[in-house]
Design a protein around this ligand. Structure first.
Ligand SMILES: [Zn+2]
Length: 145
């Protein structure tokens, strides 16, 4: 196969590998594999799983996880980091932490977008330096923010 080309399974023509469709009308399926998320792993990354009453715990926590993934995204919930675990996602869903989460969400999207584009060096620094958040905050710190 020629470099940078792919073959149309319909008309056998070689076309650019990035083309989403062929001149003959064949449309290529998006090949980017979707990352799989295990919601149990996702949850245990953010909260401490109790030893008892797990069924009820999961029931409640997955409901809140749904709220978070709908408000933000699954990708975001899978990478967001607080430097500590919570007893429940209730902390993250609470209006008290919404501002902190929104801020992290914006930073997440900013990083995400940036990776998609070529970076141009315009010589001069624009904007403020990003503040590195201190780790190991406790709940009280969070709620006071
Ligand atoms: Zn074709």
């Amino acid at each position: 196969m020629p470099r940078g080309k792919k073959q149309c399974p319909s008309c056998k023509e070689f076309i650019g590998s990035r083309a989403s469709s062929c001149g003959c009308g064949f449309v290529f399926k998006k090949t980017a594999p979707k990352k799989k998320f295990n919601k149990f792993e996702l949850l245990s990354r953010l909260v401490d799983i109790p030893d008892k009453n797990k069924r009820l715990f999961y029931l409640k926590e997955f409901k809140m996880m749904k709220i978070l993934t709908e408000r933000y995204s699954l990708e975001f919930v899978s990478v967001v980091n607080f430097g500590r675990k919570f007893d429940s996602l209730a902390y993250l869903v609470s209006p008290k932490l919404k501002g902190t989460l929104d801020q992290k969400w914006r930073a997440f999207n900013y990083k995400f977008d940036k990776s998609k584009y070529v970076e141009y060096n315009i010589g001069e620094k624009v904007g403020d330096d990003k503040l590195i958040e201190k780790k190991n905050k406790n709940i009280k710190d969070f709620l006071n923010e």
